[in-house]
Design a protein around this ligand. Structure first.
Ligand SMILES: Cc1cc2nc3c(=O)[nH]c(=O)nc-3n(C[C@H](O)[C@H](O)[C@H](O)COP(=O)(O)O)c2cc1C
Length: 168
């Protein structure tokens, strides 16, 4: 299958996953902002990677709008967030993102947090979230999890996406 890989990434985690998929499938990953230069009709499959921001996946709204034009193609979207793979409410969050569009096969891969490369608005939002979590003693683990930069990305998390893309 000839696959188009797109990524919308603010701090590089979705970009890295997109590049790993590109290596696995021997094709290039294209930044989201260059998507209009690509003729999507030449591809049988499309995989979009995007960071998760307040439960929303970057680029997904656009992808959903393209669905009528992409009829007949295989389409996947990979949400990349800082939450660990085993987060209990992750399946519910993914259902909210992808449940309404069965045409899109949804995946999740853990990225990380990169405070050094975050924009000022995002940094301020994270500071507000940390302040809110400090007031909730039962959220101590989550507060600890977002208190500093970390890289939780692993190639193995991408394996289900690779398998999906390799299906004949
Ligand atoms: C303002 C803000 C909101 C975020 N919301 C979520 C979220 O809802 N769920 C999550 O798992 N991660 C969340 N994150 C973490 C990012 O999804 C994470 O850093 C991801 O790896 C970013 O990917 P990117 O660098 O490709 O954009 C948030 C980060 C920021 C700055």
């Amino acid at each position: 299958m000839k696959v188009l890989i797109l990524y919308s990434s603010k701090t590089g985690f979705s970009q890295r996953y997109a590049q790993w998929l590109g290596e696995a499938l021997d094709c290039q990953a294209v930044p989201f902002k260059e998507r209009k230069r690509v003729d999507m009709s030449g591809y049988e499959g499309i995989v979009l990677f995007g960071g998760l921001y307040a439960g929303q996946m970057s680029g997904l709204k656009w992808l959903k709008k393209q669905l009528p034009a992409l009829a007949g193609k295989r389409i996947a979207a990979v949400a990349v967030g800082c939450a660990p793979m085993e987060t209990p409410d992750l399946p519910e969050s993914m259902e909210k993102l992808f449940g309404v569009t069965p045409e899109i096969k949804g995946f999740y891969c853990q990225g990380g947090l990169d405070y050094e490369h975050m924009g000022a608005v995002d940094r301020a939002m994270m500071a507000a979230l940390r302040a809110a979590l400090k007031a909730q003693p039962d959220q101590a683990d989550m507060l600890e999890g977002i208190s500093r930069s970390f890289d939780g990305s692993k190639r193995e998390y991408l394996e289900p996406v690779v398998q999906w893309a390799r299906r004949p």
